[in-house]
Ligand binder design. Structure first.
Ligand code: SF4
Length: 317
């Protein structure tokens, strides 16, 4: 990776800033104290930046799911225009910052990315809303990984989001340095096992695309690969798919193991398959042998180290 910091957008209240409608905050200690060590946060509070002040009257989404309005609950003041103007300007600024991800506050009529309360004209709510700022961000940056802080409490979702952030950053670096056919083949190769842990089908599709690289215009081709790459990584990785990957990797050095070592490693993989241990257990042993036997092709695989080990994300999946 380049030396440019890993930069992520974030709903400002999650950093502990007192910007919420009630003058409070929603500090998330995993984001501030742990993930924050690896990230340069770009805090955004759409409501404060739109000039609505703190504290302010609570708001909610009202009306058409595709085109809702942001209205205060008691006085019925419509702040949609103010939010939309801020959103247009802020998104133009964010385009300059090469964000690699965004963490949004769940449930907010400005920041929530799904299941936000949306009220019809009779005041009856459903959960079909998307926050006004979040919706515009996702439309403008469809490849950038986004997640809500509430969902990041779930270990699998947390691991997947952070993995996608680091992968997207590598993709951004590649795009900035120029997507030659050679560079793309190398990029595709080092992500092989990570992609297989998510979607063997998408890995095949991407492989065919790489094989056709010379038939397409470089810019369109890079865009297509990036789109499919990020889509593949968003597919849930399962225990079964991880076991397949571990067994594939084992195939590179299994002939060099003694009977006892082989039985032990297969036992460890089986324990993970039975969900008796987390992924980090078989993976640590696999990495040990990959280093001992100096299996160059596997040593370069992102799958072995997709994010900093200090985050301990694979201790819980
Ligand atoms: S959820 Fe969004 S709009 Fe609301 S306080 Fe947090 S950053 Fe501001």
């Amino acid at each position: 990776m380049t030396t440019v910091p890993l930069r992520l957008g974030i709903s400002r209240c999650l950093l502990g800033d007192e910007v919420r409608f009630d003058g409070g905050h929603k500090r998330d200690s995993f984001l501030t104290d742990i993930f924050g060590r690896y990230v340069e946060w770009v805090p955004v509070c759409p409501e404060v930046e739109a000039g609505l002040g703190t504290p302010r009257e609570a708001m909610r989404l009202v009306g058409d799911p595709q085109n809702p309005r942001l209205v205060t609950i008691k006085s019925g003041t419509d702040h949609t225009r103010a939010l939309e103007t801020l959103t247009t300007n802020r998104i133009a600024q964010l385009m300059e910052l090469d964000l690699s991800g965004y963490v949004f506050k769940k449930g907010s009529p400005s920041c929530g990315i799904e299941r936000v309360r949306l009220y019809n004209e009779d005041g009856i709510p459903n959960r079909n809303g998307v926050g006004l700022f979040a919706r515009a961000f996702i439309e403008q940056f469809p490849l950038i990984p986004v997640e809500e802080e509430g969902r990041l409490c779930e270990p699998t979702l947390r691991e997947n989001f952070i993995e996608r952030v680091f992968c997207y950053r590598r993709w951004q670096d590649l795009v900035q340095s120029g997507v030659t056919r050679r560079a793309l083949v190398q990029f595709h190769t080092i992500h092989k096992y990570l992609l297989l842990a998510h979607s063997p089908q998408q890995y095949e599709v991407l492989g065919r695309l790489v094989g056709q690289a010379e038939q397409h215009r470089p810019k369109e081709f890079a865009h297509r690969y990036g789109e499919l790459f990020m889509k593949a990584l968003a597919v849930k990785a399962t225990v079964r798919k991880h076991v397949n990957v571990l067994q594939h990797i084992l195939g590179y050095f299994k002939q060099r193991l003694g009977a006892h070592e082989k039985a032990e490693l297969l036992g460890v993989i089986n324990d993970y398959h039975q969900e008796l241990t987390p992924l980090v257990v078989p993976l640590t042993l696999i990495k040990h042998y990959v280093k001992i036997f100096d299996v160059g092709y596997i040593l370069n695989q992102v799958y072995l180290n997709p994010h900093p080990k200090e985050l301990m994300l694979r201790n819980h999946v």
